[in-house]
Design a protein around this ligand. Structure first.
Ligand code: NAD
Length: 353
């Protein structure tokens, strides 16, 4: 394959970070088409990047353009239909997180990738950060021993994005599926990708969007078509087949001093906390930081998207094995579904295979 021919499905906020990544890979790929149901937004996107082939229907784009790959950067309810349509058209997909609305959709997407022999990468962008790379090397070297517990959080004091993010029909859920997914994925990835077997979860909708205060962290386009019906806060324990346990907490709205998030893993030889730089703590007091030369690369929001997109292009062009494959997206959807199910029933949810 010469240059990978790329289309963008969904030209909202995050698509610009994908575009930045594709433009940084201009010797290996070219974005030739874009699609959005919102025509003014689509037109502005086309003008900004000089993309002439614009569509309001992704099926039409897939039929008319000779594409090798697409980014699916729509709201969550379109991830599954757009991804399956692309894969069935013989096009590889970089699909934003969360992979889908639920496990059932995620399994259909994984199946379509297998059936068509195409790449389906899930947008677990934080896997590409240098904090994660340092922690992974440390854990993989055996220096942390066996990882048996992780405490992960992604907490916003007052950061409900509004719009479709607050409407389950489009998002599938609130902060757990939107924010929790990032840190849950990191913990499972670093712990060696064990298989989740059960969860005990709780969700709360006590405060509502905006928290009753004028302060608003950020807001995206809100239209009358969206309701607000997601949780403010979710928390839960997930148990894995190898004995590993994860505790996750995620909020859009919570009465805390300020936003914070942590990914901390505990092993028999050391504990590791992700950060810039990541840190480790041992029982003999030999604590330290994971800041080798290898990790001395910029790791801001834009850069990690650049690394993610570069990896995707490499997988499509050169057949490099994908480090954020569909099967991991499916596992995350199983974990999220189980927490929501347990929160509904008040009982532990067993994850069935
Ligand atoms: N990896 C990250 O850190 C990160 C950050 C933000 C958002 N995201 C994810 O990216 C996705 C998009 O989020 P966003 O913030 O860009 O939202 P957004 O609302 O800004 O953009 C979504 C776009 O999808 C379009 N769309 C909806 N249905 C469509 C369809 N059938 N065909 C084509 N376009 C369609 C909408 O019109 C909108 O322009 C979400 O899944 C979100 O979870 C990931």
């Amino acid at each position: 394959m010469s240059k990978v021919r790329v289309g963008i499905i969904g030209t909202g906020g995050i698509s610009h970070f994908h575009m930045h990544g594709y433009l940084a890979q201009a010797e290996n790929c070219e974005v030739v088409a874009a699609c959005d149901i919102n025509e003014p937004k689509l037109k502005a996107f086309g003008e900004k990047y000089g993309i002439k082939n614009l569509y309001t229907d992704y099926n039409e784009m897939l039929a008319k353009e000779r594409l090798d790959a697409v980014s699916v950067t729509t709201w969550n309810s379109v991830h599954c239909p757009a991804t399956v349509a692309a894969l069935n058209a013989g096009v590889s997909v970089l699909c934003e997180k969360p992979m889908a609305m639920n496990t059932e959709e995620a399994l259909r997407m994984e199946e379509a990738a297998k059936k068509n022999g195409k790449v389906l990468q899930i947008g677990f962008v934080r896997r590409f950060g240098m904090d994660t790379a340092a922690a992974k090397d440390f854990i993989d070297s055996g220096a942390a021993g066996d990882i048996y517990f992780a405490e992960v959080s992604y907490l916003r004091r007052n950061g409900c994005p509004g719009g479709w993010f607050g409407d389950k029909r489009y998002s599938g859920g609130g902060p757990l599926i939107d924010l929790g997914v990032h840190v849950m994925d990191l913990a499972r990835y670093l712990a060696g990708r064990p298989k989740p077997v059960a969860a005990y979860g709780f969700t709360f909708s006590n405060i509502g969007p905006g928290g009753g205060s004028a302060e608003k962290a950020w807001t995206i386009e809100v239209s009358g078509e969206f309701e607000h019906n997601v949780e403010d806060f979710a928390t839960g324990f997930i148990r894995f087949d190898n004995g590993f346990v994860m505790h996750v907490s995620a909020s859009f709205v919570l009465n805390i001093k300020e936003d914070y998030g942590d990914v901390v893993l505990f092993g028999t030889k050391a504990g590791i906390k992700l950060g810039n730089p990541s840190e480790y703590y041992t029982s003999d007091g030999k604590n330290g930081v994971l800041d080798g030369e290898k990790y001395n690369k910029p790791s801001g929001f834009t850069e990690i998207f650049d690394y993610e997109v570069a990896h995707f292009v490499d997988c499509v062009k050169n057949g490099t094995p994908c480090i954020a494959p569909a099967e991991d997206g499916v596992m995350l959807m199983r974990m999220i579904d189980a927490i929501y199910e347990s929160a509904r029933t008040g009982k532990e949810a067993v994850i069935k295979y």
